[in-house]
Ligand binder design. Structure first.
Ligand SMILES: [Zn+2]
Length: 342
């Protein structure tokens, strides 16, 4: 996607730097052509153009509706394996060597699917990428508005799948639906079975959502977190405790999250607070979030950051952050970082 972009100002050296992407939803990576093929496999005629139209939402609730629609095309292990293979090719083309891929297990359970079978197919599909220089790990994600009981089942599924490649548990969806404290037992359980903890917070909600995620739930990485700009003390806390924000600029524009945070009818990429958060010393991890649904990818997000005035040297810092804050043990991290030092 990016490599064909007309406004590429990134150097070849930067583009070819090995990278990690940590905020990436598998279900948001389904390109229109693939969505159309999935539909055909299930007897639903959808052309690419129709998928593109569905991907052109105007606010967060329309985005959630589209997410529901596209995931309705994922009916079993074969579908999941297909979209992972597609995504793997897109990541390799961007020199991404490591990803922590978020799986919407909450949605699989809602649809009555066999999570273990889906995961087994995904894991198998990810294996051939390892020899090509791309390693996948997985984050099991619950849907906030489905409640704590459903979220607990997602943690249970992670336990049943019993795989070292499931590295974390997270919650996404509508952060305004249910207060964070209702998920305490869920996060405690996730930690008890050895999972790292992440959460979408401060995307459309306020800074208190970020504080609650950290203080009440022990969350180690915050998805989005752009609401931190409203709370200087929280910005200090994030910087001092080295708690990263997984920032996805294009997503914030397309879902209307940034406009909402700025109390404006619409917002542009130049108004994004990424430079402020970065200059405050908060570890920033760039992500594409749902690349197909937002017509972006990781390299495009680096270009977005460059367009906000972040220098290429600083972009290299951002790229390094994603390795430093990956949910990996130290030996694996060292192995992955090696190519960067060549
Ligand atoms: Zn996300």
């Amino acid at each position: 996607m990016f490599l064909a972009h007309p406004q590429n100002t990134l150097s070849e050296k930067f583009i070819s730097l090995p990278k990690a992407e940590l905020h990436l939803h598998l279900e948001g990576s389904i390109q229109p052509l693939t969505a159309s093929a999935l539909g055909a496999a299930h007897g639903i005629a959808i052309c690419e153009e129709e998928v593109r139209q569905r991907y052109a939402y105007r606010d967060f609730s329309e985005f959630i509706e589209t997410f529901k629609w596209v995931t309705s095309l994922l009916r079993g292990p074969r579908d999941y394996a297909l979209i992972l293979r597609d995504l793997g090719e897109q990541l390799l083309a961007q020199h991404i060597v490591y990803t922590e891929l978020t799986l919407s297990v909450g949605v699989m359970l809602l649809r009555g699917q066999n999570v273990q079978a889906n995961f087994a197919a995904l894991f198998e599909a990810s294996k051939p990428f390892l020899s090509r220089g791309l390693r996948f790990n997985f984050i099991f994600d619950a849907v906030r508005q489905f409640g704590a009981g459903a979220a607990m089942k997602v943690v249970d599924c992670a336990k049943q799948c019993n795989s070292q490649s499931i590295v974390a548990f997270g919650i996404g969806g509508d952060e305004l639906s249910i207060p964070a404290n209702e998920f305490r037992a869920v996060y405690d359980h996730a930690a008890a079975i050895g999972l790292h903890r992440s959460m979408h917070a401060g995307e459309i909600g306020g800074p208190q959502e970020i504080r609650d995620a950290i203080e009440l739930l022990g969350v180690e990485r915050i998805g989005h977190g752009i609401a931190a700009i409203h709370d200087p003390a929280l910005m200090d806390l994030l910087a001092e405790r080295r708690i990263p924000l997984e920032v996805c600029p294009q997503s914030n524009i397309r879902t209307g999250a940034l406009a909402r945070q700025l109390h404006l009818p619409s917002a542009t990429i130049q108004q994004h607070p990424l430079p402020r958060l970065f200059q405050h010393g908060i570890p920033i991890l760039l992500g594409s979030d749902d690349p197909a649904m937002f017509e972006t990818d990781l390299l495009s997000e680096f270009q977005n950051a460059r367009n906000m005035g972040i220098s290429e040297q600083q972009l290299t810092r951002l790229a390094a952050n994603s390795f430093e804050h990956a949910f990996l043990n130290s030996r694996d991290r060292e192995m992955l970082q090696r190519p960067r030092q060549l």
